[in-house]
Design a protein around this ligand. Structure first.
Ligand code: NAI
Length: 247
């Protein structure tokens, strides 16, 4: 299916986990994709593989916590592709600890990537999309941003914050033809959950009505749907993709 032919998609944190699978699904549907990530080796390898397969794809090493770098990369993106149709604000990290043990440094690192990074990239993308009078911004939240989670004050605060940004930007940008939505994944099999003990993951599976953890494909499909024309009247919403873990 080539329903994204002629569309330009920017995916932050696009070199790993959910971001990489999201890039794959958009490429398979004919889109041009730009990846921003800190992991240059992984990014370069993906670009080589996908270019060899005939896809249109570019990688930039961008730290989303650096607003100047984000603005520069956005200018380069505009020169390269001349448009930006969809931003998937996906880069994120965890530094888990209980409130008692969490250091201010661990707090700030997570806020910097998961919240400041989303703000900086969203702000830069919105400038382009406002001018175009079209675009879609998709933000990575999490079910823990809705329900909280033991040992994740920093992460949960950012993922709740992302929901607030999503709803606010939907209001500010709707009249300019820009839709803004969030996806709230449950627990998904990527390097991010490597630090979660196996016992906890087994318990989570047991609590999930669909009886399994999520796969990156499950989340990528949600982004593709929300970016598509089928979602043309959906904005300001948070789509939970968690196998029914929490409702
Ligand atoms: P991951 O750890 O597999 O991939 C994250 C990517 O972000 C990596 O490629 C990393 O290099 C990049 N990144 C980290 N800091 C960056 C920075 N400062 N600038 C640019 N890139 C940076 O993570 P995963 O699992 O693919 O998660 C993607 C998003 O989905 C994150 O926002 C995460 O919080 C969210 N999410 C993931 C869940 C899961 O269970 N895996 C559950 C709920 C939400």
């Amino acid at each position: 299916m080539n329903d994204f032919e002629g569309k330009v998609i920017l995916i932050t944190g696009g070199a790993g986990g959910i971001g990489r699978e999201t890039a794959q699904q958009f490429l398979d549907r004919g889109a041009s994709v730009e990846l921003w990530d800190m992991d240059k080796d992984a990014g370069d390898k993906l670009v080589k593989k996908w270019t060899d397969e005939g896809h249109k794809v570019h990688f930039e090493k961008v730290d989303v916590t650096d607003f100047e770098a984000v603005k520069k990369a956005m200018n380069n993106l505009q020169e390269r592709w001349e448009q930006l149709d969809i931003l998937v604000n996906n880069a994120g990290i965890t530094r888990d600890a209980t409130l008692k043990k969490m250091s201010p440094e661990e707090w700030k690192q997570v806020v910097d990537v998961n919240l400041n990074g989303v703000f900086y990239c969203g702000k830069a993308a919105a400038e382009v999309m406002r001018e175009q009078e079209s675009g879609v911004i998709l933000n990575a939240s999490s079910v823990v941003g809705v329900y909280g989670n033991f040992g994740q004050s920093n992460y949960v605060a950012t993922k709740s914050g992302v929901i607030g940004l999503t709803k606010t930007w939907a209001r500010e940008l709707g009249r300019k033809g820009v839709r803004v939505n969030a996806v709230a994944p449950g627990f998904i099999e990527t390097p991010m959950v490597d630090t979660v003990p196996d016992k906890v993951l087994e318990e989570l599976k047991g609590q999930t009505p669909l009886g399994r953890l999520g796969k990156p494909e499950d989340i990528a499909s949600a982004y593709v749907f929300l970016a598509s024309e089928q979602a043309a009247f959906i904005t300001g919403t948070v789509l939970q993709v968690d196998g029914g873990l929490v409702f």
